[in-house]
Design a protein around this ligand. Structure first.
Ligand code: NI
Length: 202
């Protein structure tokens, strides 16, 4: 009886270790590709929108470039101007040596942010900034692809409303892959350095 109990115990241990190793291998392999890609690998994706010049643009047109992607709206009182200012300063810091960094500001308020409104708005920032708008469905699709939240607020007595939205600036690689994201309180130096290191690593 004792012997068979021991055998059962050993068998159970062997199974437990085998399961443990399998789990460890799965995790190890994932981590081998960089644990940061778990759960964020699906950020980004194809889109078709209209730029602030009225041209239809697809994500494929930015292939080969690093993208700084931001969601927002032109009536935003704080987060969006801060984010675009930050992007502009990072672009200045990168200077002429790093040209293939394309900032994109995608409006989550396409009803008010027409091509003309966007064109006027982006002219306040770095000349490389491209404003993008589209139909409500196109905006929902691209925001969904980037896991960017947005919601329309209540109308006030003047018919104005606020758009709640994710504040993050996404850094995407030249193949459209997600690399990083920044909060609006990041320094322009940190963003510029992160882009430089991404270029060096590639
Ligand atoms: Ni905003």
């Amino acid at each position: 009886m004792k012997f068979s109990r021991m055998m059962t115990f050993i068998a159970a241990m062997v199974i437990a270790v085998a399961i443990g190793l399998t789990v460890k291998t799965l995790f190890f392999n994932h981590n081998g590709y960089g644990s940061r890609t778990i759960g964020v690998a699906s950020i980004g994706g194809p889109f078709e929108l209209v730029n602030h010049k009225g041209e239809i643009v697809q994500d494929s047109e930015f292939s080969g470039k690093y993208l700084l992607v931001m969601f927002g709206f032109t009536n935003c009182p704080d987060v969006c101007p801060t984010g675009l200012q930050l992007i502009s300063e990072a672009k200045e810091l990168l200077g002429s040596e790093v040209k293939n960094v394309q900032p994109l500001m995608i409006t989550v308020d396409p009803e008010r942010d027409t091509i003309e409104v966007l064109a006027d708005y982006v002219s306040n920032f770095h000349p490389s900034v491209v404003g993008l708008t589209g139909t409500v469905d196109q905006i929902k699709a691209v925001a969904g692809a980037y896991k960017a939240y947005f919601a329309k607020g209540e109308n006030d007595q003047n018919g104005d409303y606020f758009m709640d939205h994710s504040p993050f600036i996404y850094l995407m690689g030249p193949n459209g892959q997600y690399l990083d994201h920044f909060a609006p309180n990041t320094s322009p130096e940190a963003i510029a350095n992160r882009i430089k290191s991404a270029i060096t690593e590639s």
